[in-house]
Design a protein around this ligand. Structure first.
Ligand code: FMN
Length: 260
């Protein structure tokens, strides 16, 4: 590495350090200044409605001891040509962003988050319908947003050539469009900035790592596989879900499908 590149790299490495905390004036954060806390999930826009996810307990039977699930975890880029059930989808969403406890003061989820700020919204691209127990269509192909408080999906429509658009958003990595579902995790940085200001951005990225790891383990437990994707087309991924790219944008994705 030449000297100029090394200097550039060292500057970029700052992102991984926590020196920013010493430089942050926590007396001036929006939280300290009494600004109202941002909502814990995106409110419904006009015309959007909640589509409840089915109960997964009793319908999905996760298998494997934790040591086996951890030991067998791997990235999977080939999926069987089979749909997921709505109950499986429900389980995977619960595992990655589900609410574990809700009181008037706070909402706790199944994954940790710095300061419990949970700056992530989960979007799904369903290239195949998710089926109900009796084999009927529970969620038709299309784009969805997960509403953790209600454990429901919000349908965002279905653009033409969805699988092709998903592959394009995944920087033409072809396996992405072959998965029956692709998880797209967006961040709304202000939810964390409200409390941590400049010290927010590294922890937002760390939070998303926990979410994806739970997806790997939950997928393995129900005969599915997934693969983290951080190489994606920013504008195409944001445009797919109508995100503004500034106050909300995609950070991470993971195609998922059945493997056995
Ligand atoms: C942050 C992150 C980003 C990744 N991005 C991609 C990606 O864009 N494309 C891909 O095929 N795999 C991606 N992977 C998967 C890695 O290539 C994979 O984890 C690694 O090769 C080790 O294989 P294993 O997960 O089976 O142990 C990513 C993994 C992580 C954790």
């Amino acid at each position: 590495m030449n000297r100029l590149t090394l200097m550039k790299m060292r500057k970029l490495r700052d992102f991984l350090r926590d020196d920013v905390r010493r430089r942050t004036d926590f007396t001036q954060t929006d939280q300290t200044l009494g600004v109202e806390m941002p909502p814990v999930q995106k409110p419904l826009a006009q015309g959007e409605r909640l589509l409840p996810l089915p109960e997964w307990r009793g319908f999905v039977h996760p298998r494997g001891a934790l040591d086996e699930l951890i030991g067998n975890r791997r990235s999977v880029r080939k999926y069987l040509d089979e749909p997921l059930t709505a109950a499986e989808l429900s389980f995977l969403l619960w595992a990655t962003q589900g609410v574990r406890q809700q009181t008037p003061a706070r909402v706790l989820r199944n994954v940790p988050s710095a300061g419990n700020r949970h700056s992530t919204e989960t979007y799904l691209a369903l290239t195949r319908a998710a089926v109900a127990a009796e084999g009927t269509v529970a969620f038709s192909p299309g784009l969805y947003r997960y509403a953790p408080l209600e454990h429901a999906l919000v349908c965002l429509g279905c653009p033409d050539k969805l699988a092709e658009r998903v592959t394009h958003a995944a920087l033409e990595q072809p396996f992405a469009g072959t998965a029956p579902v692709v998880f797209f995790w967006a961040c709304l940085p202000y939810r964390t900035e409200w409390r941590y200001a400049e010290a927010s951005h590294k922890v937002i990225a760390i939070d998303q790592g926990h979410i994806c790891q739970n997806l790997y383990l939950a997928a393995g437990a129900i005969g599915c596989g997934t693969c983290a994707i951080a190489a994606y087309h920013q504008q195409a991924a944001d445009a797919l879900f109508g995100l503004d790219g500034q106050d909300e944008f995609i950070v991470y994705l993971a195609p998922l499908g059945r493997t056995r």
